[in-house]
Ligand binder design. Sequence first.
Ligand SMILES: [Zn+2]
Ligand SMILES: [Zn+2]
Length: 153
Amino acid sequence: MFSFLSSKELIGHCLCKGVKVKIDRVSLTDKSNEILVCHCSNCQRAGGGLLSYEIILPDEKVTLIDDKSLITRYDDTDTKSKNVVERYFCRQCGSPIYGKIPKNKPNITIVKLSLFTGEIDQLPCPTKEVFCAEMMKWEKKIDGAKHYDEGPE
Ligand SMILES: [Zn+2]
Ligand SMILES: [Zn+2]
Protein backbone atom coordinates (compact mmCIF):
# COMPACT_ATOMS: atom_id res chain seq x y z
CA MET A 1 0.00 0.00 0.00
CA PHE A 2 0.97 3.65 0.14
CA SER A 3 3.73 4.91 2.32
CA PHE A 4 2.22 7.98 3.86
CA LEU A 5 4.65 10.80 4.39
CA SER A 6 4.16 13.42 7.06
CA SER A 7 2.23 15.78 4.84
CA LYS A 8 -1.44 15.22 4.19
CA GLU A 9 -1.04 16.93 0.87
CA LEU A 10 0.34 15.61 -2.37
CA ILE A 11 1.76 17.96 -5.00
CA GLY A 12 2.16 16.88 -8.59
CA HIS A 13 3.61 18.80 -11.49
CA CYS A 14 3.88 19.00 -15.26
CA LEU A 15 7.07 18.10 -17.10
CA CYS A 16 8.61 21.61 -16.81
CA LYS A 17 7.36 22.00 -13.20
CA GLY A 18 5.75 25.32 -14.14
CA VAL A 19 2.29 24.05 -13.22
CA LYS A 20 1.62 22.24 -9.95
CA VAL A 21 -1.51 20.58 -8.67
CA LYS A 22 -2.19 19.93 -5.01
CA ILE A 23 -4.62 17.31 -3.75
CA ASP A 24 -5.16 15.56 -0.42
CA ARG A 25 -3.40 12.21 -0.17
CA VAL A 26 -6.61 10.62 1.09
CA SER A 27 -8.29 11.55 -2.19
CA LEU A 28 -6.38 8.67 -3.78
CA THR A 29 -7.80 6.07 -1.40
CA ASP A 30 -11.25 7.59 -0.82
CA LYS A 31 -13.55 5.12 -2.58
CA SER A 32 -16.03 7.87 -3.44
CA ASN A 33 -13.53 9.26 -5.95
CA GLU A 34 -13.45 7.49 -9.27
CA ILE A 35 -10.07 6.56 -10.73
CA LEU A 36 -10.61 6.45 -14.44
CA VAL A 37 -8.76 5.18 -17.45
CA CYS A 38 -10.06 6.60 -20.73
CA HIS A 39 -9.11 4.92 -23.98
CA CYS A 40 -10.97 7.33 -26.31
CA SER A 41 -9.10 8.49 -29.39
CA ASN A 42 -9.32 12.15 -28.28
CA CYS A 43 -7.53 11.36 -25.01
CA GLN A 44 -4.98 9.33 -26.95
CA ARG A 45 -4.19 12.28 -29.24
CA ALA A 46 -4.27 14.92 -26.52
CA GLY A 47 -2.00 12.94 -24.22
CA GLY A 48 0.35 11.38 -26.76
CA GLY A 49 -0.32 7.93 -25.33
CA LEU A 50 -2.82 5.12 -25.59
CA LEU A 51 -4.82 6.07 -22.52
CA SER A 52 -5.56 8.82 -20.04
CA TYR A 53 -5.28 8.00 -16.32
CA GLU A 54 -7.21 10.38 -14.11
CA ILE A 55 -9.02 11.02 -10.85
CA ILE A 56 -12.41 12.71 -10.75
CA LEU A 57 -12.59 15.20 -7.89
CA PRO A 58 -14.91 17.98 -6.71
CA ASP A 59 -13.39 21.35 -7.69
CA GLU A 60 -12.74 22.31 -4.07
CA LYS A 61 -10.48 19.27 -3.61
CA VAL A 62 -8.05 20.49 -6.28
CA THR A 63 -5.62 23.41 -5.90
CA LEU A 64 -3.79 24.71 -8.94
CA ILE A 65 -0.45 26.42 -8.56
CA ASP A 66 0.29 28.29 -11.78
CA ASP A 67 2.42 31.31 -10.90
CA LYS A 68 3.53 31.94 -14.50
CA SER A 69 0.02 31.58 -15.96
CA LEU A 70 1.06 28.67 -18.14
CA ILE A 71 -2.28 26.88 -18.07
CA THR A 72 -3.97 26.99 -21.45
CA ARG A 73 -7.37 25.65 -22.42
CA TYR A 74 -8.37 23.76 -25.54
CA ASP A 75 -12.10 23.27 -26.07
CA ASP A 76 -12.50 19.77 -27.46
CA THR A 77 -15.81 19.95 -29.34
CA ASP A 78 -15.46 16.82 -31.48
CA THR A 79 -16.42 14.36 -28.74
CA LYS A 80 -18.64 11.30 -28.89
CA SER A 81 -20.90 12.59 -26.13
CA LYS A 82 -21.21 15.95 -27.99
CA ASN A 83 -20.33 17.62 -24.69
CA VAL A 84 -17.46 20.09 -24.90
CA VAL A 85 -14.46 18.76 -23.00
CA GLU A 86 -12.22 21.57 -21.76
CA ARG A 87 -8.67 20.26 -21.88
CA TYR A 88 -6.18 22.25 -19.81
CA PHE A 89 -2.48 21.85 -20.48
CA CYS A 90 0.83 23.57 -19.78
CA ARG A 91 1.74 25.75 -22.76
CA GLN A 92 5.43 25.59 -21.87
CA CYS A 93 5.88 21.80 -21.92
CA GLY A 94 2.58 20.52 -23.33
CA SER A 95 1.70 18.28 -20.40
CA PRO A 96 -2.03 17.65 -19.97
CA ILE A 97 -3.07 18.90 -16.50
CA TYR A 98 -6.83 18.47 -16.08
CA GLY A 99 -10.14 18.42 -17.88
CA LYS A 100 -13.62 19.77 -17.28
CA ILE A 101 -16.96 18.86 -18.82
CA PRO A 102 -19.10 21.78 -17.62
CA LYS A 103 -22.33 20.62 -19.22
CA ASN A 104 -22.16 17.02 -18.01
CA LYS A 105 -20.20 17.31 -14.77
CA PRO A 106 -20.25 20.86 -13.39
CA ASN A 107 -18.04 21.51 -10.35
CA ILE A 108 -15.90 18.47 -11.12
CA THR A 109 -12.23 18.49 -12.11
CA ILE A 110 -10.74 15.52 -13.93
CA VAL A 111 -7.10 15.57 -12.83
CA LYS A 112 -4.42 13.70 -14.78
CA LEU A 113 -2.84 11.29 -12.33
CA SER A 114 0.36 11.21 -14.37
CA LEU A 115 1.21 14.55 -12.68
CA PHE A 116 1.82 12.60 -9.47
CA THR A 117 3.98 9.84 -10.85
CA GLY A 118 7.11 9.45 -8.75
CA GLU A 119 5.65 11.61 -5.96
CA ILE A 120 4.19 8.60 -4.15
CA ASP A 121 5.18 4.91 -4.04
CA GLN A 122 2.12 3.65 -5.87
CA LEU A 123 -0.73 5.36 -7.60
CA PRO A 124 -4.13 3.66 -7.23
CA CYS A 125 -5.55 1.01 -9.52
CA PRO A 126 -8.31 2.36 -11.78
CA THR A 127 -11.91 1.68 -10.76
CA LYS A 128 -13.32 2.24 -14.22
CA GLU A 129 -12.11 1.87 -17.80
CA VAL A 130 -14.09 3.69 -20.48
CA PHE A 131 -14.10 3.64 -24.28
CA CYS A 132 -12.60 0.14 -24.20
CA ALA A 133 -13.85 -0.29 -27.78
CA GLU A 134 -10.97 1.98 -28.84
CA MET A 135 -8.26 -0.07 -27.17
CA MET A 136 -5.65 -1.79 -29.28
CA LYS A 137 -6.28 -5.50 -29.66
CA TRP A 138 -3.03 -6.28 -27.87
CA GLU A 139 -3.87 -4.15 -24.81
CA LYS A 140 -5.24 -5.90 -21.73
CA LYS A 141 -8.12 -4.67 -19.62
CA ILE A 142 -7.31 -3.93 -15.98
CA ASP A 143 -8.36 -6.57 -13.44
CA GLY A 144 -10.75 -5.22 -10.85
CA ALA A 145 -11.90 -2.21 -12.89
CA LYS A 146 -15.37 -1.90 -14.42
CA HIS A 147 -15.21 -1.88 -18.19
CA TYR A 148 -17.34 0.13 -20.60
CA ASP A 149 -17.17 0.08 -24.37
CA GLU A 150 -18.19 3.74 -24.46
CA GLY A 151 -18.23 6.67 -22.05
CA PRO A 152 -19.28 6.70 -18.43
CA GLU A 153 -22.99 7.03 -17.89
ZN1 LIG B 1 4.91 22.53 -17.95
ZN1 LIG C 1 -11.13 10.17 -23.28
